[in-house]
Design a protein around this ligand. Structure first.
Ligand SMILES: [Zn+2]
Length: 328
């Protein structure tokens, strides 16, 4: 599967695709998957993302085994016994809507455990899509202790709150859920001081019909690739948390360093993987303008700042706004 993804990505030639292999066989959380074969085929990390690694014993073994291959173990931090049945953040808005909530503790318990296991094993743990102020504080302390802990946040979690769920808006439903204004501010501060290393979209396309269901039954996840730079400029640069070069680093060189990838830099001799964007352009997110086949964006109708105009992969232009580029 890893090899298939790598080969399809090379054939399409539109972007660099670095697959992440499973931690457990079939993501069942029981037996460790074969890391060596997956790394040999091109996997750059392991994760059961979508699902947490429930067993601490399995997580410990994964961290020890991954160390042998020099790759991080990326975890979706969620205690399923605490999040069971929950569909949004546990708080005032969930109460108002009569929906079952997921407490911040569901994430924080797993963040704490992963930090402890990173210390025990010396392994590199990467914490996916951090969403709570408690998680940010624990990661900050772990870094001060010199542990091999890295973290990422999504644009959703540094720009939106659980208020967006009002009206049972299923494009505000995701895992982890949108939290409170204090959490959003903590994530922005975490990005500012380097506690949170990088920005990742957690891009999750869903068919229109799937998101048209009742809030309880709609799937988790939103699209995020086309709005990432616009949300980053609006919610981090214009708000004074990051400079524009810092924002770019958190989306290019820093993630490349975390996952030990060759790209992400404009250094002489590096592959010409370049995005050209206008950091000042104001644009309104409209479903009909998105290139994705899915339009489950939480930003529909919002005005963002900054938009990409051109993308080159290995020196070849693969996207230019308003221009039809033939397939390779
Ligand atoms: Zn996840």
């Amino acid at each position: 599967m890893v090899g298939f993804v790598v080969r399809q990505a090379i054939r399409a030639g539109k972007a660099r695709v670095y697959p992440i292999g499973c931690i457990s066989l079939g993501q069942k959380g029981q037996q460790l998957a074969e890391f060596g074969e997956m790394v040999g085929a091109g996997a750059v990390a392991v994760s059961d993302d979508g699902k947490p690694v429930v067993s601490s014993q399995l997580m410990r073994t994964a961290l020890e085994y991954a160390k042998v291959f020099g790759i991080p173990v990326a975890d979706h931090c969620e205690d399923p016994t605490l999040s069971l049945g929950g569909v949004m953040h546990e708080g005032l808005v969930a109460t108002k809507l009569g929906l079952k909530g997921i407490p911040s503790a569901a994430e924080e318990i797993m963040v704490a455990r992963d930090i402890v296991l990173s210390e025990l094993t010396g392994g590199h743990v990467h914490l996916c899509h951090i969403s709570t102020r408690g998680s940010v504080e624990m990661i900050r302390r772990a870094k001060q202790m010199g542990l091999r802990v890295t973290a990422e946040a999504t644009p959703n979690h540094f720009s939106l709150t659980h208020d967006l769920c009002l009206g049972y808006n299923t494009n505000a439903k995701m895992s982890p859920p949108l939290r409170e204004p204090e959490d959003v501010e903590a994530i922005r501060q975490g990005l500012k001081d380097g506690t949170i290393d990088c920005i990742a979209t957690d891009h999750a396309p869903h068919h229109y019909d799937a998101k048209q269901r009742e809030f309880d039954d709609a799937p988790n996840g939103v699209v995020g690739l086309e709005t990432a730079i616009g949300v980053g400029v609006r919610s981090l640069v214009e708000s004074g948390h990051l400079s524009l070069p810092e924002l770019i680093a958190r989306m290019s060189t820093v993630p490349a360093r975390v996952f030990r990838l060759p790209g992400g830099t404009l250094a002489v001799g590096a592959p010409a993987d370049v995005t050209v964007f206008d950091p000042t352009r104001l644009w309104t997110v409209r479903a009909e303008d998105l290139h994705s086949k899915s339009t489950n964006s939480p930003y529909l109708g919002q005005t963002l700042t900054g938009q990409a105009d051109l993308t080159a992969v290995g020196g070849r232009i693969v996207f230019e706004r308003g221009v039809q580029i033939p397939d390779a």
